[in-house]
Design a protein around this ligand. Structure first.
Ligand code: NI
Length: 143
């Protein structure tokens, strides 16, 4: 069996701030620095979603990338693009809008639809800036 990994990239831009209400402005600044800017800041995010499987004999595909892209557009791009992640996104309410936490929430949204489309989600890489990104393997150690 020839297991292979395939990755689809999507992009969105969004605003957020890193902030804990129960902390003072000084403490927020001390921990989060300029990410705590009261009036928000934005990023051009890229998300790389990796799916594993065995190529179908009929199509040669692990998963139809058109279908994967549709799932990502519906579950990630539409809800997040041009939004304020702290205020506008129901599934991020009450969650500190760090790249780590956003990646975890995205995983939980796309895992089942991807598996219904015949793939197995193994990794999300969420790129916040050209210097910072997180990788999430569903809480497991990397393969
Ligand atoms: Ni930020």
């Amino acid at each position: 069996m020839k297991t292979i990994y395939i990755t689809r990239r999507e992009t969105f831009n969004a605003a957020h701030k890193l902030w804990r209400e129960e902390w003072s402005e000084e403490k927020n600044w001390e921990v989060f620095g300029k990410c705590s800017n009261k009036n928000w800041h934005g990023h051009n995010f890229s998300i790389y979603v990796t799916v594993k499987g065995i190529p179908s004999e009929e199509t040669g595909f692990v998963i139809n990338l058109k279908e994967l892209s549709l799932i990502l557009k519906k579950e990630v791009v539409e809800p997040l693009d041009h939004k304020n992640l702290n205020l506008d996104v129901p599934f991020l309410q009450g969650i500190l809008a760090s790249t780590e936490n956003i990646a975890i929430q995205i995983w939980d949204r796309i895992k089942d639809p991807i598996s219904e489309a015949g793939g197995e989600l193994v990794k999300i890489k969420l790129v916040e800036t050209e210097n910072n990104y997180v990788e999430y393997y569903g809480g497991k150690e990397p393969f």
